[in-house]
Write a protein that binds this ligand. Structure first.
Ligand SMILES: Cc1cc2nc3c(=O)[nH]c(=O)nc-3n(C[C@H](O)[C@H](O)[C@H](O)COP(=O)(O)O)c2cc1C
Length: 399
């Protein structure tokens, strides 16, 4: 659950700061990428070097010095999967509630849109003060997750409410927060992407301009929404995200072979790859020489139909195809949907500007086996992927 996740741990100057060392260490041991931000006051209680050693990353506590790291850490706000402030002093809680950004931690918190968890730690009177309680209420209403402090021994020697919650509780909240928005949790998804290459001889092949962008973003969005994803990739101009398992293939036949290896595994197959329909009947050994051939005639034969073959093995799976059409796409796509036994087809007219191969945007139509026909406006490929997964979820629920 925590493996590969980017977690910002904000540390403020409570006496409970020593527990943050254990938190950082455990998160790292569980495979998270942990970045610690400290308030300047916190550095008077524990040296940043301790957190640097425990997290394996440099620690930022001054936005203005050293500049490069500070700037990189502010960029972290965008990459973080979750931000947790533990311990959270009455002071940082007040700043968060009021949008004050006067140090690296409070500035990053304001810039971060990932779920925010705070674990308050303070003397009972500070915790119970109406100002603190009002600030907590403001944060709660805004969606901040508060890990309630516990009753018990306090640094003042007294006993009461205000002890920072246990590390186990904080980690449980982090794990819960990571599942927010994970509406495809437990889904098993296979995505094909990129272009296949059908060899003519040892150095030449037949292919197409597919960049793999659409398929990669489909796999990425599914992964972000909690699905288990395998990407079967032909030739691509983009790198797939590291956290996704990738099977690399060259030809249409290899792509089918790998997809069939997983045929009993997936619930949903999205075939966004541009798979060759034809391949040279005979692949010449070595290199065909210009001097040896005057009129070279290539005899082509059909490649296996990936989606139609998968349908034979898996009548129950949800199959999604793509149809790149020249001109009005609906008729051709409807015919393809029927012929291959698909549940949904995403059709587009590749002659339209900013649509189809290589570009970052697409203008698509969703057509389902239940008669749905929905035209989308020009969207980024990421937005198309988000809408497509929403649609698949809706259609699968109706099954
Ligand atoms: C040794 C020590 C322990 C402290 N413990 C706490 C604490 O547990 N909770 C709290 O809210 N403030 C505590 N304070 C007070 C805060 O450090 C003080 O309010 C500070 O201004 C908070 O700054 P920061 O939120 O930027 O870290 C402590 C101060 C000292 C010197």
């Amino acid at each position: 659950m925590l493996k590969g996740k980017t977690i910002i741990v904000g540390v403020s100057s409570s006496i409970a700061i020593f527990k943050a060392c254990e938190l950082v260490s455990q998160l790292r041991q569980k495979g998270a990428n942990v970045y610690v931000l400290m308030t300047p006051n916190a550095t008077k209680l524990i040296a940043p070097l301790t957190f640097q050693a425990l997290s394996g990353n440099s620690v930022v506590f001054d936005l203005f010095e050293p500049k490069e790291e500070a700037i990189q850490h502010v960029g972290l706000a965008d990459r973080a999967n979750v931000m947790v402030i533990a311990p959270a002093t009455a002071n940082i809680i007040a700043k968060l509630a009021n949008g004050i950004a006067d140090d690296a931690l409070s500035t990053t918190a304001l810039a971060c849109r990932a779920p925010l968890i705070i674990s308050p730690a303070m003397e009972t009177k500070m915790w119970e003060h109406p100002a603190t309680q009002k600030n907590i209420q403001i944060l709660r209403e805004r969606g901040t997750i508060i890990v309630e402090p516990e009753e018990g021994w306090l640094a003042s020697g007294k006993s009461g409410k205000g002890r920072m919650a246990s590390i186990d509780k904080i980690i449980a909240e982090i794990e819960r927060a990571l599942t927010l928005g994970q509406d495809l949790l437990e889904w098993k998804v296979l995505v094909t992407a990129g272009a296949t290459r059908e060899p003519i001889d040892a150095v030449r092949f037949i292919s197409n301009p597919s960049s793999g962008k659409m398929g990669v973003v489909i796999a990425q969005v599914a992964k972000e929404r909690g699905a288990n994803v395998i990407l079967v990739a032909g030739h691509m101009e983009v790198n797939p995200p590291e956290e996704i398992k990738v099977e690399k293939v060259k030809t249409a036949e290899e792509m089918l072979k790998v997809v069939l290896k997983y045929v009993d595994w997936f619930d949903v197959l999205v075939s966004a790859a541009a798979i060759a329909d034809f391949k040279p009947k005979k692949v010449s050994e070595g290199k065909i020489r210009r001097s040896e051939t005057k009129n070279l005639v290539l005899e082509l034969e059909p490649t296996p139909d990936l989606l139609a073959t998968v349908r034979q093995y898996r009548p129950d799976a949800f199959l999604v195809g793509f149809a790149a059409e020249l001109g009005e796409p609906i008729k051709g796509a409807q015919e393809k949907l029927k012929r291959k036994g698909l549940n949904l087809i995403v059709a587009n007219d590749v002659t339209q500007p900013n649509s189809g191969f290589g570009v970052d945007t697409n203008r698509c139509v969703f057509i389902s086996d239940k008669g749905l026909c929905e035209a989308l406006p020009l969207l980024t490929k990421r937005e198309v992927a988000e809408r497509m997964w929403d649609k698949i979820k809706e259609l699968r629920n109706k099954f």
